[in-house]
Design a protein. Sequence first.
Length: 430
Amino acid sequence: MYDLLVVGAGPYGLSIASHAAAAGLRLRVFGRPMASWRDHMPRGMFLKSEPWASNLSDPGGRLRLDVYCEGRGVTARHGEPIPVEMFAEYGLWFARHAVPEVDERTVTRVASCPGGFEAVTDDGEVLHARSVALAVGVMPFVEIPAALRGLDSALVSHSSHHSDLMGFHGKDVTVIGGGQAALETAALLAEQGTRVRVLARADRLVWNDVPPPWERPWWKSARSPHSGLGPGWRNWFYSERPGLFRRLPEPTRARIAANALGPAGAWWVRDRVEPAVEVLLDHEVTAARAVPAGVRLETRGRSAGSGRRVRPLETEHVIAATGFTAACDRLDLLSPDLRATLGTVADGSPEVGRDFESTYPGLFMAGLVTAAGYGPAMRFVHGATYTAGALVRGVRRHLRSAPRGGLIGRQSVGGRTAGAAPVPMRGGTL
């Protein structure tokens, strides 16, 4: 029986695995490393976070993004965005140096069992562990507006469904949303020759400012410190003190998680959008249906001055850049009885307590699903550093306190034996 199974191999899963391996835990890691960044973002996109705020976490802090970039003759500079392809390659480099070999199979089911948990892989192997860390990223939580659900995927897709946008060359595409994903997707489409427009519910677009210089007078830093989520004391608190954020009253946490750091475009994409992309503000899609030319959208204004008039629009394809909803009931890999035991908070996400442990002992959560408990940092790579250290401390505490329940026999499936020795650490130099 393993001490810990890490389900997911993105920035959070890899960071947790690095800390767990350094702590000497008997460990297995499952998932395609950096899958969201490799498979669900088109080429040409950039990381919105500052390079220094985009590190995966190892206990020694040696495997930073700037170290990886330096080794390839690239300087990671404050105020200069990093291509997502480079960030994905950095994650793979981190995995080779910091964690046991990642098993790229998918875990399809996690259930409780005597002494811990039972996990089943997509090819039928059964493994057992005393604790599990779910670091499943954002893909289980894709959110498409209700008016668009039920239409064929040839007509409607989510922005995260595309690793390549060239299939839309020469077509007419409507992107729904007003945040970075919508605006950067629209910019890439326009730059490749797609007729594209953006529909946003807001009455104006919000653009992040150019970050202040890294080195500046002390009094400017004191008034508005740098943080992993942007300048300012409020962002600094969200970014650097997630443990204190968890101590806020639940209604306050819920309000901040829902409203802080709302939809906004990066400063470096603004000049690519404004001259090239039609933007229709104060538009909410109320209905959609397939027509010979593609999709017919019915929209209405949300503001009082709009008259809430219906405005039909026809387009060949709709891309919903409408984010993710981290609801507990979307964690389909958890068995129904295990999922039913989990406490939830107001937004439907799992309740997480001390050190990211769910209300079911030994089941830990990481990433987006913990934003309502630990704050907006958990929606960004920057949150992985705090999460990895705290979560592994929680796992060790759980292992010390939980009874060592035994399994009846050892189960062999597909030629493999559950509970086999862990994969050794890989070697390598920086």
